[in-house]
Design a protein around this ligand. Structure first.
Ligand code: GLU
Length: 518
């Protein structure tokens, strides 16, 4: 088994936008595949046509493209083990259904939905299994002729897996160890439905994992209850020797820790649960990480540590480092709290580490929405000036005003409006203005303006070289009045830096305007 080529898959059902938990599952598969020089397969599990949502497949592909998670084969990626869309593999599944039937490991059942419902009403906790199958209409209770007649006249049927009770089924899980379940509690799962000629998830999943030579099944904890059935199916089909190894990942929990993370938590607390924005058929729009201003590397780094950690206290890791360090054995069994505030922190770290020039186009777009027309160079200069500042926000959990670091490009606008829009009027009663524009401010600022006027290069350094000594000699402290003139409020960067950004002409214009108005 150990010399088997690593091949893993991500196998979503196209039932809507990809949940962030699914993204984490795909990421772990990707890291595992890359670390072992293996293959990563993208399979679409669309055998439940009732739940098919148009656009979901394209959405999932675009999400991974944005995140930098790459597949080696599968839907839209090619490969020689396709087709990779289950709805295109009907004949393949039918063959194995027939084998199971022929070998007596599965049986045909004719019970209609009405009959099943009636049974559920009369029998408490009814389950279709070894104790009840003998009382239902199926190929175990009907004669061969009766079955033949029904099939010939076109009665709808399903094929059920015949589970033998009283056996300990072992699932060897790379995260959870030996998980044992008694087969008595399992029901005779439907494997195939004549109505649409399609297998159910369980059969299609096992057949494909086998035919696509999947070596490891890494998936969410919600699939653990299906795993014993899958083990039995591998055995029934004679594929025990090449059965993939399982790893069931911990659940993503609500930020509070109690219960599974849901879209409602995101809506309530103001964080996305989808990688990209999603427009539902009913017109509702759900926010996405991309549109909310997260950087893809930050999302990757944040998700990688939800359920796994390298054990060395290092939190910031590039994709390459994650690939090197990832270890299924170090994944936790317990659910991982979705700490979205930590997500902000990751985004800030990546924002600080990304050259402003790369972030500028996004900022230019955001500024345009505010009616500001500027160049990427000007936008980049503002990013560099303002990215280490704090912003105020309302904490969704407590309703209180709090402060946090700038973590998104969109945080910058309320902090930097004065970079693009000059104060047009001063409120003399405003606390900041009143406190900082004093009796002698007009005189001091007139002198500052006179000195600045003489500069030919208007850099922060040149201003500093001129103004600092003058302050020392005269004891002048022009900073707060300077801020009143350029910003009009108690915020913003260092005055030399801001003046350099605004340029000589605009700086002098704002200073003179303040002198005149105040
Ligand atoms: N189609 C399943 C899903 O939507 C795949 C589960 C598995 O990985 O076996 O998650």
């Amino acid at each position: 088994m150990s010399d088997r080529k690593v091949r893993v898959r991500f196998a979503p059902s196209p039932t809507g936008p990809l949940h962030i938990g699914g993204v984490r599952t795909a990421l772990y598969n990707y890291l595992f595949a890359r670390q072992h020089g293996g293959d990563f397969v993208f399979r679409i599990e669309d055998t439940d046509s009732n739940r098919f949502v148009p656009g979901a497949e394209e959405y999932i592909i675009e999400s991974f493209k944005w995140l930098g998670i790459e597949f080696d084969e599968g839907v839209s990626f090619g490969g020689d083990k396709g087709p990779y869309r289950q709805s295109e593999r009907r004949d393949i599944y039918k063959k194995y259904v027939d084998i199971l039937l022929k070998e007596g490991k599965a049986y045909i059942a004719f019970d209609t939905p009405e009959e099943l419902n009636a049974r559920r009403e009369t029998t408490a906790n009814f389950q279709y299994d070894a104790t009840t199958r003998g009382t239902m209409s199926n190929s175990l209770t009907l004669t061969a002729e009766e079955v033949e007649t029904r099939l010939n006249r076109g009665d709808q049927y399903v094929v059920r897996f015949k589970i033998e009770p009283g056996e300990e089924v072992h699932v060897d899980d790379l995260i959870r160890g030996d998980v044992v379940i008694n087969s008595t509690i399992l029901d005779d799962k439907v494997l195939y439905k004549s109505a649409d000629g399609l297998p159910t998830y369980h059969l299609a999943n096992i057949v494909d994992d086998h035919l696509m030579e999947i070596s490891h099944v890494i998936r969410g904890e919600e699939w653990l209850p299906s795993a014993p059935l899958h083990v039995l199916l591998y055995r029934a089909l004679g594929w025990e020797q090449t059965m993939p190894r399982f790893a069931h990942l911990p659940l993503l929990l609500k930020p509070t820790g109690n219960g599974k993370l849901s879209k409602r938590d995101g809506d309530k607390l103001g964080f996305p649960v989808f990688p990209l924005e999603w427009k539902g058929e009913d017109g509702t729009v759900s926010s996405g990480y991309r549109e909310s201003g997260y950087l893809p590397q930050a999302v990757i780094n944040f998700l990688a540590l939800l359920g796994w950690n390298p054990g060395d206290d290092v939190e910031l890791m590039s994709m390459d480092e994650l690939i090197r360090k990832f270890d299924l054995a170090k994944c936790s069994k317990a659910g991982a709290k979705f700490d979205y505030v930590k997500g902000w922190w990751f985004n800030r770290e990546y924002l600080l580490a990304t050259p402003a020039a790369e972030l500028a186009p996004d900022f230019v777009r955001l500024l345009a929405a505010q009616g500001i027309d500027t160049t990427p160079e000007r936008a980049a200069a503002v990013i560099d000036m303002m990215k280490t500042k704090n912003i105020e926000y309302v904490d969704a959990q407590s309703g209180q005003n709090k402060k946090r670091n700038v973590s998104f490009i969109r945080d910058l606008w309320p902090l930097c409006d004065f970079c693009f829009v000059a104060p047009t009027a001063f409120d003399k009663e405003d606390k900041f203005v009143k406190k900082n524009w004093k009796e002698d401010s007009a005189e001091t600022m007139a002198e500052v303006a006179r000195l600045l006027e003489s500069l030919t290069t208007f850099t922060a350094e040149a201003q500093k070289a001129l103004i600092d000594p003058w302050c020392e000699q005269t004891g002048a402290k022009p900073w707060n009045a300077w801020r009143v003139a350029l910003v009009g409020a108690g915020k913003g960067p260092d005055m030399y830096e801001l003046s350099a950004f605004l340029g000589k002409e605009e700086t002098l214009r704002r200073i003179r305007f303040a002198i005149d108005s105040l």
